[in-house]
Design a protein around this ligand. Structure first.
Ligand code: SF4
Length: 230
């Protein structure tokens, strides 16, 4: 079944009213039980949300945005997840390769205009990929940053006309660590090497112990988000 934006907005409102910080698996099951075509976004920082999805909805589509700038460890994590968990992992790429983008916009666009680079390599590819879904789930958590502190478990993504789920919204860092320990969840090895928040290689730095987890992202600029969640 295909839902229009008005119906999806109404379903999101119903979900937001009934799902108040429920178990994460229940959020995912609610979406599919509501007849929604669901995709799960996986950044491959850790595979907590993907593992949860594999338990709740075996075979669910997981979208990984391959920007062409990822650390080798992130791609290896993606490959381990695809081989280990019962999900359908889809690698989403930008319309242009990095070489083609360099030819059109000049090399290292991320240094001169990271917003445009993120739009071309993350936001637009995700928008295109989500065309065939009604809802998408992300691993956003309220404790990650000030800008994420009001993250709703269920909301209507006005920019995309999709339902947006954040099943882990209420999870603390300790909750995540406990889940990883309990299920021996696959994690990106860079987490143990001083990278508590992992994005593209050129835009991610090591973070000193005690510093804000996301301070290594676009360090030295006022950019804090890639645009996917704005
Ligand atoms: S994080 Fe950096 S390299 Fe990756 S898409 Fe954004 S600007 Fe480009």
């Amino acid at each position: 079944m295909t839902f229009g934006a008005a119906r999806l907005r109404a379903i999101a409102a119903e979900g937001a009213a009934t799902l108040v910080d429920p178990p994460a698996v229940e959020v995912l099951r609610w979406a599919v039980g509501s007849g929604l075509r669901l995709a799960v976004a996986g950044s491959m920082q850790d595979a907590v949300l993907v593992h949860l999805a594999s338990r709740a909805l075996p075979g669910v589509d997981v979208l990984f945005l391959d920007t062409g700038y990822h650390f080798a460890e992130t791609l290896q994590t993606r490959d381990r997840v695809a081989a280990s968990y019962r999900v359908h992992l889809r690698t989403i790429t930008a319309r242009q390769s990095v070489v083609e983008q360099d030819a059109d916009h000049g090399v290292a666009l991320h240094e001169r205009d990271p917003d445009l680079c993120c739009a071309l390599r993350k936001t637009q590819p995700l928008d295109n990929a989500l065309d065939e879904y009604d809802a998408w789930a992300t691993g956003l958590r309220r404790v990650e940053s000030e800008s994420r502190s009001n993250t709703a478990v269920v909301s209507f993504d006005e920019r995309r006309d999709k339902i947006k789920l954040a099943p882990l919204a209420a999870w603390t860092d300790e909750d995540v660590a406990a889940y990883i320990e309990k299920y021996q969840v696959i994690t990106n090895p860079l987490l143990a090497q001083g990278y508590p928040s992992i994005g593209c290689g050129p835009c991610t730095r090591r973070v000193a112990a005690g510093s804000d987890d996301r301070s290594g992202r676009w360090a030295g600029t006022d950019k804090t988000e890639c645009g996917i969640h704005l």
